[in-house]
Design a protein around this ligand. Structure first.
Ligand code: ADP
Ligand code: MG
Length: 245
């Protein structure tokens, strides 16, 4: 793993009204690193991802992408989303667009890539996620696992520096979880930098380079999977693992 920093977060804080959801978050993510973010519901994992791609506005603190600070003044939301791809629990595909149209939407509208180039790239991405025969199908005709793989292809079409996944398999029937995790594992093997919020501890232990445990808005522990699962340092991590595994 190279040591090039892709994202650095410094002293990030976020509140919703009087609820202090992210408390002094400091974390760096390096090129080709797969970081899994775990913690109980309400600990602030989604809010952290959402602050990273400007879906939520942070209260204070700094976010750098490849050493460059990103603020609403220097980057509009489209700039940030070209750098940071995101995959959600509920896919968020455009229902009235075909699979292919979903994938070429942002590259043609936001990045102003020609349609023919965007289609060529989309076809490559569909092949990569194993859905080359679904280009002209509407999302409603796909299984949840297929929808999520389209969502991954759509995020990749912007050629982001990093991919964020927020519980990408939590809404899936159990038998469809594996195909999505497999696609994510292939991405990781290709060197994509990824932050993955997940309850899939098997995936985390197999694929992650590092695991972060969050509790009540703070990062409690960061460690390599072996150490994280076998010899957690903090009492709260131990409790969490006991409850989950
Ligand atoms: P996690 O993803 O770890 O389950 P979240 O980041 O979704 O946690 O939520 C952290 C806390 O912030 C929770 O208490 C949640 O209810 C609250 N929260 C999240 N989004 C909002 C919002 N838009 N408005 C008010 N409270 C929110
Ligand atoms: Mg969440």
């Amino acid at each position: 793993m190279s040591e090039r920093e892709i994202i650095r977060i410094e002293n990030l804080n976020k509140s919703f009204g009087s609820l202090h959801v992210l408390k002094d978050i400091n974390v760096s993510i390096y090129e080709s690193e797969v970081m899994c973010l775990v913690g109980s519901s309400g600990s602030g994992k989604s809010t952290l991802l959402r602050c990273l791609n400007f879906l939520e506005k942070k209260d204070n603190g700094k976010i750098f992408i490849k050493g460059e600070e990103i603020t609403p003044k220097t980057h509009n939301i489209n700039n940030v989303r070209q750098k940071v791809g995101m995959v959600f629990q509920h896919f968020n595909l455009f229902p009235h667009k075909t699979v292919l149209q979903n994938i070429i939407e942002a590259p043609t509208k936001v990045k102003k890539i020609s349609k023919s180039e965007a289609v060529e790239e989309a076809e490559k991405l569909l092949k990569k996620v194993g859905l080359e025969d679904k280009a002209d199908v509407y999302p409603s005709k796909l299984s949840g696992g297929q929808k999520q793989r389209v969502a991954i292809a759509r995020a990749l079409a912007m050629k982001p520096n990093i991919m964020l996944f927020d519980e990408p398999t939590s809404a899936l029937d159990p038998e469809l979880v594996g195909e999505v995790l497999e696609t994510m594992k292939e991405l990781a093997d290709e060197g994509m930098t990824m932050v993955v919020v997940t309850h899939e501890m098997g995936f985390a232990s197999e694929v992650a380079d590092s695991i972060i445990f969050m509790d009540e808005g703070r990062i409690i522990e960061r460690n390599k999977p072996m150490k994280f699962f076998n010899s957690p340092k903090e009492a709260r991590t131990k409790e969490f693992l006991k409850a989950t595994m």
